[in-house]
Write a protein that binds this ligand. Structure first.
Ligand code: F6P
Length: 497
C-alpha cells in the first residue's frame, strides 16, 4: 500500500446520497455503481475530498447547509473523508445528465445508434451542451479549484464521461496542478466520434488532454483514444510510450483494468441477507440456472440475450422444464426515454418468450427488476452459466464478481466487446453480442461442458480476478501519478503547460 496522500476525487456520483427515513431523520445511502464501489476504498487509505453532484433535494439541502463548501463525513467502514456537493441549477443538471452525458456521450461511446435514424444533433442537443454540460462542468471546475486552494499539492482524480470539459477549465486556472482522469467506458474509434460536430468532438478530446494522466480499462480503448487524438486534433502521438502532446503539453495515457475486492466477496458469501436470498433461489431453481445481472441499460444487450435463450430452447426441447434464465436487472436512468423504452422492451421480450415456452411449474425467463445486491450475490453462487453479452462495455464487473463466489463450477459466457474480455477471455466462452445463434450455442455448450473443464476455467478466472484486484488498480493509478509528478518536478517537457 502506497503512502497516504491527498486526493481530490471528482465524480458525478458521490459515495453517499442523502435521504430521510420514515421517522424523518436524515440518512446517508450508499451511492450505487462500479465507480463508487471502486473508489470507496481510496477513502480508507488516503486523505480524500470527494466532489460530487447533489443528486436530489436532500443532497441540495445538505450542500446549502454547508454553504456549498466541503464537510466531514465518515465511511461505513469508519474512515473520515471530506465531501463537497455541488448543487447545480436543476435545468442545467437535467440537460447534462439526461440529454448529453447518457443519451449522447454514453450512446456514442458504446456505438449504440443506428445512424440512419439517430441521433439528431438538433437545437435541443446544442442547447443542452452549452446550457447543461458546460455549466455543470464549470461548477465542478470551480469546486475543484477551491479545493486546490485549500490543498495546493493534492492530486485531482476526475472520473468518467460526465466531466470531459472540467480538466481543461481547472488547468486554465491552476497550470501546475497534478490532474488525472479515468474513463470507465469504452473509447470508440475515430469515425464514430464524427457523429458529433467538430467543435464538440474537439472539446471532448482537448478537455481530457488537459490531464497529466488519462486512464482506460483496456489497451483497446486506449488505442482508440490515441488514434482519435491524432485524427481529430492532429496531436503528436507516441504509440510506444502511449503519450499525446497537444497544445504544448503532454498526457500519459494508460490502461489498467479495474478490479474488485476479493475479501468483500469472501465475506458476502456467508452474509445472512445473501443466505436468505440463496435459500429462495435454491427452492425455485430447476436443474440448470443461467444467470444475468445488469442495469437495464441498452448497452447490456438484454433483449438479444432473451432471444438467444429462446433460440436455445428451440434447439433443445429436451431441456424444456430443466433450465431457467434468471435475469436480475437493476432499473437505471429512467428519466432518459431511451432507457425507459428499453426497460419496456425487456419486459415485452421476456413475456413473449415465456408465453411461447412456459408450462405448468416452469417459467423459462425469471425476470426480476430490482436493486437487490444480496440477491445478486446469492445468484452468483448458484449459476451454471453466466451470460454477459454486452453490446460494448468498458469493463463489466459482474464478470469478475460472480466467478469469485460461484459454487457450481459455472461457465462464463462473455461478449468479445467487454473490457474484461481482454483479461478473462481465455477461460470464458466468447460470444459476439449480435450473434444470437452463437449465444444460443454457447448457452448449450456451457451447460453441457465436461465438469473438469468447467472447474479448470473457473479456477483460472478466479486466480486472475484475485491477482488483478482493486488494490492493484489503485496502486497503478497512484504510481502513474507519481511518475508524471516526478517528471514534472524534474522540469521535463510536460511542464511546458
Ligand atoms: O462507468 C460507468 C458508470 O459510471 C459505472 O461506474 C456505474 O455503474 C454506472 O455508470 C452508473 O451510472 P449512473 O451514475 O448514471 O447510475
Amino acid at each position: 500500500m502506497s503512502a497516504r496522500r491527498k486526493l481530490i476525487v471528482v465524480a458525478n456520483r458521490g459515495p453517499v446520497s442523502y435521504a430521510r427515513d420514515a421517522a424523518g431523520e436524515r440518512i446517508a445511502k450508499r451511492g450505487g455503481g462500479g465507480l463508487v464501489t471502486a473508489l470507496r476504498s481510496l477513502v480508507a487509505h488516503h486523505d480524500v475530498t470527494w466532489i460530487a453532484s447533489a443528486m436530489n433535494d436532500e443532497d441540495r439541502e445538505v450542500a446549502e447547509e454547508h454553504g456549498g463548501d466541503a464537510f466531514d463525513e465518515t465511511s461505513r467502514e469508519g474512515s473520515p473523508y471530506r465531501m463537497r456537493l455541488v448543487a447545480h441549477e436543476a435545468s442545467a443538471y437535467d440537460w447534462y445528465y439526461n440529454v448529453v452525458a447518457n443519451p449522447t456521450l454514453w450512446f456514442l461511446q458504446h456505438y449504440m445508434w443506428g445512424l440512419p435514424y439517430a441521433p439528431d444533433v438538433d437545437l435541443g442537443l446544442h442547447n443542452a451542451w452549452f446550457n447543461g454540460y458546460l455549466p455543470v462542468n464549470e461548477g465542478f471546475a470551480r469546486a475543484t479549484v477551491a479545493e486546490l486552494d485549500r490543498e495546493p499539492d493534492a492530486a485531482v482524480f476526475f472520473h468518467d464521461y460526465h466531466l470531459y470539459l472540467a480538466p481543461k477549465l481547472v488547468r486554465e486556472e491552476r497550470p501546475d496542478a497534478l490532474l488525472a482522469h479515468f474513463v470507465h467506458i469504452p473509447w470508440p474509434e475515430t469515425d464514430y466520434w464524427h457523429v458529433l460536430p467538430e467543435h464538440l468532438r474537439r472539446a471532448v478530446h482537448e478537455g481530457v488532454l488537459a490531464n497529466d494522466v488519462l486512464g482506460f480499462h483496456t489497451e483497446r480503448w486506449k488505442r482508440n483514444f490515441l488514434r482519435a487524438c491524432e485524427d481529430i486534433l492532429g496531436a503528436d502521438v507516441d504509440y510506444d510510450d502511449s503519450t499525446v502532446v497537444h497544445d504544448g503539453r503532454r498526457t500519459q495515457v494508460t490502461s489498467h483494468p479495474l478490479g474488485i475486492e476479493p475479501g468483500e466477496f469472501d465475506d458476502l458469501r456467508a452474509d445472512p441477507a445473501v443466505l436468505e436470498q440463496e435459500q429462495a433461489i435454491v427452492e425455485r431453481r430447476p436443474e440448470f440456472l443461467v444467470l444475468r445481472v445488469d442495469r437495464t441499460d441498452p448497452s447490456k444487450n438484454v433483449v438479444r440475450g432473451f432471444r438467444a435463450f429462446a433460440l436455445f430452447l428451440d434447439m433443445h426441447p429436451e431441456l424444456h422444464g430443466r433450465v431457467t434464465l434468471l435475469a436480475l436487472l437493476d432499473p437505471s436512468r429512467q428519466d432518459v426515454p431511451e432507457y425507459s423504452e428499453y426497460l419496456a422492451a425487456i419486459q415485452r421480450e421476456a413475456r413473449t418468450v415465456n408465453d411461447r415456452f412456459q408450462s405448468e411449474g416452469w417459467t423459462p425467463i425469471d425476470l426480476q427488476i430490482a436493486d437487490n445486491f444480496a440477491q445478486a450475490v446469492a445468484a452468483y453462487k448458484q449459476y451454471d452459466a453466466l451470460l454477459v453479452n454486452a453490446v460494448f462495455d468498458g469493463l463489466n464487473l459482474v464478470s469478475k464478481e460472480a466467478p469469485l463466489v460461484n459454487e457450481r463450477n459455472g461457465v462464463l459466457i462473455l461478449s468479445e466487446n467487454t473490457g474484461s474480455h481482454e483479461e478473462l477471455g481465455d477461460w470464458a466462452l466468447t460470444v459476439n453480442p449480435f450473434d444470437i445463434y452463437g449465444q444460443a450455442q454457447a448457452i448449450h455448450e456451457a451447460l453441457a461442458m465436461d465438469p473438469d473443464e468447467k472447474r479448470r476455467r473457473l479456477e483460472q478466472t478466479r486466480a486472475s480476478v484475485r491477482e488483478h484486484d482493486l488494490a492493484a488498480w489503485i496502486a497503478a493509478q497512484l504510481a502513474d501519478l507519481d511518475r508524471v509528478g516526478v517528471a514534472f518536478a524534474h522540469g521535463d517537457d510536460r511542464g511546458s503547460h
